[in-house]
Design a protein around this ligand. Structure first.
Ligand code: ATP
Length: 371
């Protein structure tokens, strides 16, 4: 299969820049998600990898060879446009065989390959059925079969599950991921759905306004967002942001939020009179009775095993994921304590994460816990 390296890839449409100097690497065999809101440049990036769009500048290295200016047909990459785009007048077997026959492969070899692929996808019993009467799931498997049969170096998929209802979508997502694991194929997959990206991807690149904001494993992106945009886009409810003005020395481990001393992960650089944003995930806030930093409960939302509690604080609204058994009432003013090692700090002006030493914060918390 294949490694895909994207280097300084840029795409302009006239005076509009759709993709700005993108850089990321899709390792061999990875399931790689391109994630971001509508219009951020995901599809344009995928189309450049496929060879359907010519980059303005930059490189696309497929197993070390720059294919950025090669024709789509010379790239050995399969673009799965739309799972349901099948040839309606052909049966399943002919639909899957079509790419091989049009490449000039012999009938006997084609038949063998089609049957092998049908076995992988579990559609052998329907090989001779017309595609017209098939269920959505089977149609999707046939469309995949047509992409797989060519044995391309990589698969590119653009929101392939977008048209499906929620339940079926989840089922097909699991099936697609299991198929990927069986074949060990390199897959680049476009989605605007952060949950889908987190569930399916080995790695995720998060894009915004044509810029790659961050790429990494789902956990890296969730735990250590590189920017306010990523922190807000990933997670449901999203990360909480508490704004405050700070003057802090390099190495500082405490900050003052509205006069209250809060432990923070150790800062690598200092700040002088700047607006910062403290980022904390809803599950990393503890509601208690003692502690000086307080908020007023304005709403609670019951979710079964957990509840989402919304509070106002001196630094903004905050949403907390608490056990549903914890009694919390609107109007109460519980204390808020944060899991220090999980906190993020952002520069409010640039929106970028500040460098912090989380290992030190984790060690300090362990020490505290052990008395
Ligand atoms: P969506 O999920 O809505 O498809 P996307 O992240 O895939 O969004 P793209 O389709 O890559 O976004 O589009 C990025 C930007 O480039 C958009 O503003 C779009 O209008 C613009 N764009 C895309 N193709 C063209 C084109 N051929 N000519 C001019 N502008 C284009």
């Amino acid at each position: 299969m294949a490694e895909i390296v994207i280097r300084n890839l840029r795409k302009e449409f006239g005076s509009f820049t759709a993709v700005q100097e993108s850089n990321f690497t899709v390792a061999d065999g990875e399931f790689f998600m391109l994630l971001g809101p509508s219009g951020c440049g995901k599809t344009t990036t995928l189309r450049m990898i496929a060879g359907l769009e010519l980059p303005t500048s930059g490189q696309i290295l497929l197993d070390g060879e720059d294919v950025a200016r090669k024709r789509a047909s010379a790239r050995d990459i399969a673009f799965v446009f739309q799972m349901f785009a099948l040839y309606p007048h052909m049966n399943v077997r002919k639909n899957i065989a079509y790419p091989l026959l049009s490449q000039g492969m012999g009938r006997k070899e084609t038949r063998r390959k089609v049957e092998e692929v049908a076995g992988i996808l579990g559609i052998t019993p329907i090989l001779d059925r017309p595609v017209g009467g098939l269920s959505s799931g089977d149609r999707q498997r046939v469309a995949l079969g047509r992409a797989i049969v060519r044995e391309p170096k990589a698969f590119l998929m653009d929101e392939p599950l977008g048209a499906l209802d929620a339940e079926f979508r989840e089922h097909m997502a699991e099936e697609l991921r299991a198929l990927h694991d069986r074949m060990g194929a390199t897959t680049v997959y476009v989605t605007h759905d952060q949950l889908e990206a987190m569930q399916m991807g080995d790695k995720i690149v998060v894009m915004n306004h044509g810029v790659v904001e961050q790429w990494g494993t789902p956990q890296e992106i969730y735990d250590r967002p590189a920017s306010l945009f990523v922190a807000n886009f990933i997670g449901s409810p999203p990360m909480n942001f508490l704004r405050f003005e700070a003057t802090l020395e390099p190495g500082a481990t405490r900050a003052h939020l509205s006069g209250v001393d809060i432990p923070i992960p150790r800062l690598e650089t200092g700040v002088s009179g700047r607006q910062l944003v403290l980022g904390v995930r809803p599950e990393h806030v503890h509601l208690g009775t003692d502690g000086p930093y307080r908020g007023e409960v304005i709403a609670t939302e019951y979710l079964g095993t957990t509840q989402i509690v919304t509070l106002t604080t001196a630094n903004g609204t905050i949403r907390v994921r608490a056990p549903s058994g914890q009694p919390v009432r609107v109007g109460e003013t519980p204390s808020l304590t944060f899991n220090t090692a999980t906190l993020s700090l952002f520069d409010a002006g640039s929106g970028q994460a500040m460098k912090v030493d989380r290992a030190a914060a984790r060690a300090a918390m362990r020490e505290q816990a052990h008395g």
